[in-house]
Write a new protein. Structure first.
Length: 255
């Protein structure tokens, strides 16, 4: 009898270990496929992820090679690239109704702002996200959609970001600016949590707002040496005022 019990226990342990390994392997695939499926649906641009490594035991993980493309009509290949994103989950929430993410840290992303005083890539992507989230609020449209998993994100951080700015009104010149760190806290802490699309909207608003402020602060430096000022009026002060107003109107923080 003892031998039988021992053998049964061994079998149970083997099955548990095999199950945990399977969950670990499938979790990586689920995260990668989820981002690459939901990303384009929400943003209306190409979204790719090179790899995802998430441990269901510690909750720690890393996403590598995030690529967010540009809407049609823009020349640069991407709006955002991030080589490494570190993630820390609450392990016990992986199979719960609400997934609790203790921290997401986007390290040294490369952000490209391309456009003119009549439109730009980041604002267009934000408009696409807004349209998607507005559609979710429509009962008729929501009826045909699969419910999104509830999320809670305790901390979302963007560190060491670089912004490449290219405005056609600035004569085709480009400049690279350093983005101040962004830190969002306590997203979806209520019972209903937050959906992935609403999370994207919150992050998008913050990112566009911070890029707006960054561009405006650096406008005097950005317009130095511009040779093609045909459309900006006459006189340096007037040109600067027009560019400043145009950028403020175009990149104003959406609320």
């Amino acid at each position: 009898m003892k031998k039988l019990i021992v053998r049964l226990l061994i079998v149970v342990v083997i099955l548990v270990v095999a199950g945990l390994v399977a969950i670990s392997l499938s979790l990586d695939s689920i995260v990668k496929k989820g981002i690459e499926r939901a990303g384009p649906a929400v943003t209306k641009v190409e979204v790719r992820l090179a790899s995802a490594k998430i441990s269901p035991f510690s909750g720690g993980g890393r996403l590598s090679g995030l690529f967010v493309g540009n809407p049609p009509g823009f020349k640069t290949d991407s709006a955002i690239k991030a080589g490494e994103i570190s993630v820390r989950l609450k392990p016990s929430s992986v199979l719960a109704d609400k997934l609790v993410i203790e921290e997401i840290s986007v390290n040294a992303p490369e952000i490209t702002l391309e456009g003119s005083l009549t439109g730009n890539n980041l604002s267009k992507i934000l408009d696409n996200i807004q349209a998607f989230t507005s559609g979710e609020a429509d009962p008729a449209k929501r009826a045909g959609q699969k419910a999104q998993k509830k999320l809670q994100v305790d901390s979302f951080v963007i560190r060491g970001g670089k912004v490449t700015v290219g405005l056609t009104e600035l004569g085709g010149r480009t400049a690279t600016l350093t983005l101040a760190d962004i830190n969002l806290k306590d997203l979806g802490t209520g019972p209903e949590g937050i959906t992935g699309s609403d999370l994207a909207m919150r992050i998008g608003r913050e990112l566009v707002g911070n890029v707006t402020e960054l561009v405006i602060r650096n406008l005097p430096e950005l317009i130095k040496g511009v040779t093609d000022l045909k459309n900006l009026g006459k006189g340096g002060a007037e040109q600067l005022n027009q560019v400043t107003k145009g950028v403020q109107d175009l990149f104003k923080k959406k609320k």
